[in-house]
Design a protein around this ligand. Sequence first.
Ligand SMILES: [Zn+2]
Length: 461
Amino acid sequence: MAIDRKMFVLGLDCAAPQLLFEQWKEELPHFASLMDGGLYGPMRSCDPPITVPAWSVMTTGLDPGELGVYGFHNRASHNYFDLFVANGSHIRAPRIWDILSEAGKQSIVIGVPQTFPVKALRGYLVAGLLARGGDNFTWPAGLKQTLLKYVPDYRADIEDFRHLSPDRLLRALYTMTAARFKWAERMMKYYPWDFFMLVEIGLDRIHHAFWHYMAEESPYHQKESPYKHAIRKYYLFLDKGLGRLLQNLPEHCDVMVVSDHGAKTMKGLMRINQWLINEGYLVLKTVPDSPQRLTASMVDWTKTKVWADGGYYARIYFNVWGREPEGIVPSSSVTALKAELREKLALLALNGDNGANGRVIDPGESYREQKGIAPDLMLYVGELSYRASASVGGKENIFTLENDTGPDGANHDFEGVCILKGQGIAPGKLRGGTIYDVAPTILARLGQAADEGMKGRVLGT
Ligand SMILES: [Zn+2]
């Protein structure tokens, strides 16, 4: 008789291969045991390597263009700054657990980004970020009462984490993660499941807020800080949590550890809109005396060809005639304008750093389809060593250390982590793994055919 296999996936938002696999492996016995007994290595995220859309890419096997989600903020229309925040309702493609539900298998899903508002599945779901305590954040709805009785401190995320004091943020992080793991342990033991996926967002939050205390090369580094080991200690805490979960695993259960992207030291920011102004692509009605985030009302659209949005990477938009309300770029010039920007940005020099060139990604080339409204171009500065700031005004400087979205010591990196341990999987180094491989691999291990549209491959075969 065929054995019904199960799969447990621990998702660690932002887990960095250089820390988990190299720097701290010896101190993380439970992660190390999975690595030594399984297949592991860096895993290339999607473009852009950002929480939203990366977890949805991972759990559907589709690219951001096919999902129509290009980041947290997406254009709702071509009316300039008309943006919406992408939540679970914007993911219409079936996720791993939807496919498993169809096949009659039970899933438990906890904390996966873009699962709020909740949708029905065969099993149980506790939504990830954007879910607030007052919301109905579980499936079935009644699960919320049981959860809050057992772990009253439960929360999906820490809002506004960049603006909390380090001590308050640390307390909140440990409380949040302890509650999530305690609840996961309970569900693992007492609720039926074939597929169990738990995502912890806390690692991303601690990376962004504490990286510069650890990284001596950071321009924000403070020597002799009491927070120097904050990130390392949190990894040790996660390892203990993983250990308790592993103890409770049923027989014939595969284990995966994955992250949606990695992390690296942020060296500063590029003021993309100020660069567009200096190069004559963006024209303001009046230039603010001190740096301010660009807003639609500042812009003289009748003279503007290009504007941008900041963040971990820059989204670049063209003011196209007949498409944007006051568009001036003829659609016949779009290709040439893209090439011109690509060329100029490739030569970008920031703060005397030779590695600070800009790399432009064209969604039209990178994705198999473009649903919704994709940016015209996306920009990585210094291979993500720099963030993009949306600020304009003040001096005409392009480089800045001032973050327009709040303090941050880390930027995302292209490679996250992947560990896969299961019967018949030869231990060793995973090479060339991508985020697109996760869904087909999980489905294959659970005896399901991958969806035809998924572009990844099955790992471990
Ligand atoms: Zn993330």
